[in-house]
Design a protein around this ligand. Structure first.
Ligand code: NI
Length: 134
């Protein structure tokens, strides 16, 4: 973490009230902590701007494991990106549905490519990618 810098922000009063309410509900200690987290979250979505940046990210997938072709494709893709995939957590949600959380590390463009391929496999019910900026 770099050194802390103080700066001022002007914003719509209603927006600030809503933000303060959000901060209270989420349990943040102060606006600085909440704004820092929001900015990290915002910046992590802009990986297209920094394709060569070293990044860590998580990919979340929900799917029906009865579709064996889908499962095979997910495994093949993870082996294709073996340099990037660090860990995979598999949770059996019920008799048919599975949740998979894949942690990956590498240059942003590779992680985006892996995430795009995984989340667009036919039969994926929900797919998310989130880059992490410490
Ligand atoms: Ni399962």
């Amino acid at each position: 973490m770099g050194k802390l810098v103080r700066f001022g922000i002007c914003m719509d009063e209603t927006l600030l009230k809503n933000f303060d309410s959000f901060i209270h509900k989420k349990g943040f200690k102060n606006r600085s902590q909440a704004i820092s987290q929001c900015l990290r979250d915002f910046l992590s979505q802009e990986l297209d701007e920094t394709p060569e940046q070293e990044t860590t990210g998580i990919i979340i997938l929900v799917y029906n494991h009865d579709k064996r072709e889908l499962v095979d494709t997910l495994i093949d893709l993870q082996h294709e990106f073996v340099e990037n995939v660090i860990s995979t957590l598999h949770v059996h949600l019920d008799h048919h549905n599975c949740l998979e959380i894949i942690v990956a590390k590498g240059v942003a463009k590779n992680l985006k490519s892996l995430a795009d391929k995984l989340t667009s496999v036919k039969g994926i019910k929900q797919g998310y990618f989130k880059a992490v900026i410490p």
